[in-house]
Design a binder for this molecule. Structure first.
Ligand code: NMX
Ligand code: MLT
Length: 438
């Protein structure tokens, strides 16, 4: 058993006991009420899930096991000479609930490097797809093609005790995380770099290897990739990709099937695909103006035009957040600290000044502030990664860390199949009529 798995096993036994006691003691306690509007409007604000890895506060933003992004940028272990955290560290934190040592992080890097070989048929599957397939579709298909490797599915077929589920889900999740950068880079190089591929470098950490296999062997891109893959990893349990992975996993679909399902949700323009939409939207603005830096007035007009056309302003708004997303602020800080001047990043800053009052002025948009996707593309473009259809794949590689750490916990805690109730409009109307009569 690897050392992380051994530590997790001990932790899971204790946590399982404490959850059982909690349910025994407080199982019948009412923790909330919900309205008809919430049932129709995407269950906003209803707590219906337990997710241990992170918690989102509308005003403050995300905390991973209690730690904010600025705290983690300071406290998580870095690569030698590096200044941004290694994503291996946030994975350890989400799984174990405590900050890792440098040794813990190095051990995960080595563990993933050992597991990172992608079977040939996965590349053959990707090679068979038409070149105009969207990278997110390819990513999902790549993950599905790897499902042949699922140890959970194989063990379940033979027959396993429920108590052992988490062990196989852990193995599948670690293998999947280890292999995703290779699959993602393969998609990138096939589509945008003449199908010329780059082998992984076993000496590099997970994020640096991602940059390396995409063809960016410079320190600046490694640094960005470490931050990028850290901050996109989790956003509590209710977002579409996390919730979907959890839901599909609750049917005991293996981690490959569950994660691919989550990625199909991340590929939606209101979720992760917004990162490519932001760049496409800014490029469209620049094209309309014939290039150069737009003025604030031109940006304001463009936002108003977007709204008038019944479109969303990508990168702005959030279902939970009611302030600037700290993931946006972390990227803004990255820009100011390391890049200092770049036209596209300057436009992102100008939009940040201009958009919120206009969005607020509509009277209906609950959060006029930028989310994570408002900034990420501009940083990638700065370093020459201009193929914006690919950006959500990078988001997906990172999101694996959170949703798969959660999936391991789901099975360790023995959570049941998820099956909420639903009603018809007629049924709800009848129910309300009886409530009113009483
Ligand atoms: N531009 C235009 N309209 C918006 C925006 C926006 N950025 N944000 C919200 N609205 C509209 C929304 O469409 C809704 O309109 P209607 O009543 O006509 O249906 C109204 O404002 C109220 O929506 P909210 O309650 O404020 O937002 P909701 O929780 O429904 O949706 C998002 C949240 C994130 C889907 C929404 O803000 C949005 O579409 N943003 C743009 C897309 C985006 O950036 N998504 C990325 C989210 C982060 N991620 O990576 O997943
Ligand atoms: C996310 O990172 O999943 C997004 O911000 C969407 C969300 O939290 O609903």
């Amino acid at each position: 058993m690897d050392s992380l798995k051994e530590k997790f096993a001990k932790k899971a036994v204790a946590e399982n006991e404490s959850v059982k006691q909690f349910i025994a003691q407080h199982g019948e306690t009412i923790i909330g009420e919900y309205s008809v509007a919430q049932v129709y409007q995407g269950m906003r604000g209803m707590t219906g899930l337990v997710t241990e890895t992170s918690k989102l506060d509308p005003e403050e933003g995300i905390r991973f096991r209690g730690y904010s992004i600025p705290e983690l940028r300071a406290q998580l272990p870095k690569a030698p000479g590096g200044s941004e955290p290694l994503p291996e560290g946030i994975f350890y934190l989400m799984l174990m609930g405590e900050l890792p040592t440098t040794e813990d992080v190095n051990s995960i890097t080595n563990n993933w490097a050992r597991r990172s070989i992608v079977p040939r048929h996965v590349f053959d599957t990707l090679d068979s797809l038409p070149m105009n397939t969207h990278p997110m579709t390819e990513f999902s298909i790549g993950v599905m093609a790897m499902q042949t490797e699922s140890l959970f599915a194989a063990a379940y077929r033979k027959g396993i005790n429920k108590k052992e589920y988490w062990d196989y889900v852990y193995e599948d999740s670690m293998n999947l995380i280890a292999r995703l950068p290779r699959v993602a880079a393969y998609i990138y190089r096939r589509k945008y770099k003449n199908n010329e591929h780059i082998e992984p470098d076993p000496k590099l950490d997970w994020a640096a290897n991602m940059a390396h296999m995409m063809g960016y062997d410079v320190y600046d891109v490694q640094r960005l990739m470490r931050l990028y893959l850290t901050i996109h990893c989790d956003h509590e349990g209710g977002n579409v990709s996390a919730h979907t992975t959890h839901l599909v996993g609750s049917a005991l679909s293996d981690p490959y099937l569950s994660f691919a399902a989550g990625m199909n949700g991340l590929a939606g323009p209101l979720h992760g695909l917004a990162n490519q939409e932001v760049i496409a939207w800014i490029m469209e603005l620049r094209k309309e103006l014939g290039g150069g830096l737009p003025t604030k007035e031109q940006i304001a007009d463009y936002i108003k035009k977007t709204l008038a056309e019944g479109r969303v302003v990508p990168g702005y708004g959030h279902a939970v957040l009611r302030k600037t997303d700290p993931r946006f602020s972390a990227q803004q800080d990255f820009y100011k600290r390391y890049i200092k001047h770049d036209d596209l990043c300057e436009i992102v800053q100008m939009i940040y000044e201009v958009a919120p009052p206009i969005l607020q002025g509509t009277g209906k948009i609950k959060n006029p502030w930028p989310n994570v996707d408002a900034h990420s593309g501009a940083l990638l473009v700065h370093y020459g990664i201009v193929e914006y259809d690919f950006y959500t794949v990078l988001f997906g590689v990172s999101r694996a860390l959170g949703v798969l750490a959660s999936l391991i916990w789901d099975r360790a805690l023995g959570l049941p199949i998820e099956r909420p109730g639903s009603n018809t409009t007629e049924g709800l109307m009848k129910k309300l009529a009886t409530v009113k009569q009483k």
